[in-house]
Design a binder for this molecule. Structure first.
Ligand SMILES: [Zn+2]
Length: 256
């Protein structure tokens, strides 16, 4: 079923490809090989699907992970530089991404990372001491050198969350959106009050699973209402890669 959706996506997207590419030269490259979250093209097989996906099976610093119960303390606070912006939604066939129409950034350890897009996985990809969550949002940022910093926000099902309404509303309808799907949103309003977070070096959780990602996983989940989680899941669900071996990596905890 997912493969059918993907094929449909690729077919309809093809005629638009040249203008889209010239209009947005910095857009993330589209992987030519098809992958999914189940069966022969699922996570266990990503590494075999294309040469450029090999790291998915041979990498030793892959994401997501189960965050261990006793991380070491560290100090590299996240400096947030988000401002009100309009956002365009784009269904990639695996998730829905929100792209900001004006520049947004964060700074970590003196390096500035520019916001690329925010998307979600349901249920969560990271687990914390074995516990998983209803959803996980990835705020993807890239430095001038091409290194990635992803702020992960876990979401638990609970009370309706007004701050997230515009995002939850935009997701299922994104395919028909021409104008901005979300207007005047400051990304900071989507974050939990505390920016305490876990830090570790990992990878993209989707092919090509490149290992150049500084993961900043916020410790406190946000709460979303059942209908809001349902809105996300109605567009994409079970789009979570299983947790990967930690190997010899250290996970640090930053209180800020
Ligand atoms: Zn993600």
């Amino acid at each position: 079923m997912l493969l059918t959706t993907l094929t449909g996506c690729a077919d309809t997207a093809a005629p638009d490809a040249p203008p889209a590419a010239s209009a947005a030269p910095s857009a993330p490259e589209q992987a030519p090989a098809q992958w999914s979250y189940e069966g022969d093209t699922g996570p266990q097989h990503w590494g075999e699907l294309a040469d450029e996906f090999t790291t998915c099976s041979t990498g030793t610093a892959q994401s997501p992970i189960d965050v261990p119960g006793d991380p070491v303390l560290s100090s590299s606070p996240i400096e947030i530089d988000y401002t009100p912006a309009d956002f365009q939604a784009r269904d990639t066939g695996h998730t829905v991404e929100l792209h900001a129409l004006s520049p947004q950034s964060i700074t970590v350890d003196g390096t500035e990372y520019t916001f690329q897009q925010m998307h979600y996985h349901a249920p969560s990809e990271h687990t914390v001491d074995g516990v998983n969550y209803a959803a996980e949002f990835h705020f993807v940022h890239r430095s001038e050198d091409g290194d990635l910093a992803v702020v992960g926000v876990l979401a638990a099902e609970g009370q309706h969350n007004a701050a997230w309404s515009s995002v939850a509303d935009a997701v299922p309808a994104s395919a028909e959106q021409d104008s901005p799907a979300v207007e005047g949103l400051t990304l900071t309003s989507l974050l939990p009050e505390s920016l305490d977070h876990y830090v570790y070096g990992g990878s993209l959780t989707t092919p090509p699973c490149s290992e150049d990602v500084r993961w900043l996983l916020l410790q406190n989940p946000v709460e979303l209402g059942a209908a809001q989680i349902g809105a996300l899941r109605s567009a994409h669900a079970e789009n979570n890669r299983p947790v990967q071996p930690l190997n010899d990596r250290e996970v640090s905890e930053v209180d800020q």
